[in-house]
Write a protein of this length. Structure first.
Length: 114
């Protein structure tokens, strides 16, 4: 697998392969790149940002408070498409706890006033 390291501005081009049962990362300029490449190969995760509809119209900007498995992103976005926020929202408010069973809380990234 080829990927680009995002741990620093260098953006090293990584090659990640499994050899003899071990994950081997090449192309990294530092140990952080090796750690990132291994994690991306074994268990890729992302913080997801999206918009949730408000029941009175408009949208609320949100994100997960921690990375979720890439395999759960589609399920998360399906949940988000059907979820409706109610009431006023302040930046940092927790709007939903663990909606797709991976431990992440959905938090507002902007205020919404009714």
């Amino acid at each position: 697998m080829d990927t680009t390291c995002i741990m620093c501005p260098m953006g090293c081009a990584l090659r990640v392969e499994e050899t003899d049962g071990k994950v081997v990362v090449t192309g990294n300029g530092c140990p952080r790149g090796a750690k990132y490449g291994e994690a991306e190969f074994l268990h890729p995760e992302r913080v997801v940002t999206t918009l949730l509809k408000h029941e009175r119209g408009g949208v609320v900007s949100v994100k997960t408070d921690r990375p979720i498995p890439k395999s759960k992103i589609g399920e998360f976005l399906s949940w988000a498409a059907s979820y409706r926020v109610s009431g006023a929202v302040a930046t940092g408010d927790a709007l939903a706890e663990d909606p797709v069973g991976c431990g992440a809380t959905v938090v507002a990234t902007a205020d919404y006033e009714e």
